[in-house]
Write a protein that binds this ligand. Sequence first.
Ligand code: ZN
Length: 342
Amino acid sequence: MSDLAAFVAGLPKAELHVHHVGSASPETVAELAARHPEGPVPADVDALRDYFAFRDFAHFIEVYLSVVDLVRTPEDVRLLTYAVAQEMATTQQVRYAELTCTPYTSVRPDEPGRGMPVEAYTEALEDARAAAERDHGIVLRWIYDIPGEAGLPAAEATLDYALRHAPDALVGFGLGGPEIGVPRPQFKPYFDRARAAGLRSVPHAGETTGPQTVWDALRDLGAERIGHGTSAAQDPDLLAHLATHRVPLEVCPTSNLATGAVAALDEHPIRAFVDAGVTVTVNSDDPPMFGTTLNHEYEVAARLLDLDRGGLRDLALASVDASFAPADVRARLHREIAAYDG
Ligand SMILES: [Zn+2]
């Protein structure tokens, strides 16, 4: 391991863009596939590596949803959530994470008899959060996101879960899934109501579509951070807007490469974002599915941005500052990162 990789591995971190089901390790996915063997997902860790080789973004969504389909009982939610938190805390030195959860795909109101009651889902999340914090010191918060491919019924249901069945640690409201054919403005009424209830707006935008989607997310959804925002680099006015209004981007370099959002890591616009004065946070998105880790994403960022140890510390601090963490957690992480010397 290089000096810089060793420094990254020990660096205390916050992670802001990481999906609940998408963070399941191959071991966890294999265990869930063994519990529910009738689907297409292999219950074998080696076979899962081939299964996670994506042809394009549409294929990624298809594979992702097949794994989502394995999370069927509150016990599945507990297993998954605790394992994800444990992995983040013990192998990536993540002290605080905002985990994006998609309750709609586990509650399944569209298929009566298939999913679990939202109350059971919420309770399982919160049980796992408490256990992970107790055992590993990691502080978790939740972002509930609308699966864009399921349209307005999913938006309505997700809003209901967020307003009437909110887990204690819910902080944000998001929007994921495909962007092509899923215009952002239609979700405005749902984001308006979530924001009025105090939830922070954190939609994905500009990952597979142009900068207009990012403008839509800002203007119609009141976005306070942008998931990916990759195509913002094509629009100097948008970059200036993001910089002036201090809207951070949640950048996930390897994810963008794996889904074809960028053709090569060296073509990733992260450098253009930083040069334009936009706040960049580095995240892992769906790390096992993309064959990456948060540590690896920091190494990629260090290479693309020519960061030394001080630059890496600043990068870690940027995520803390862009987070919705409680003040005491932010202060503690600030002290810990500033004092970290590898
Ligand atoms: Zn994402």
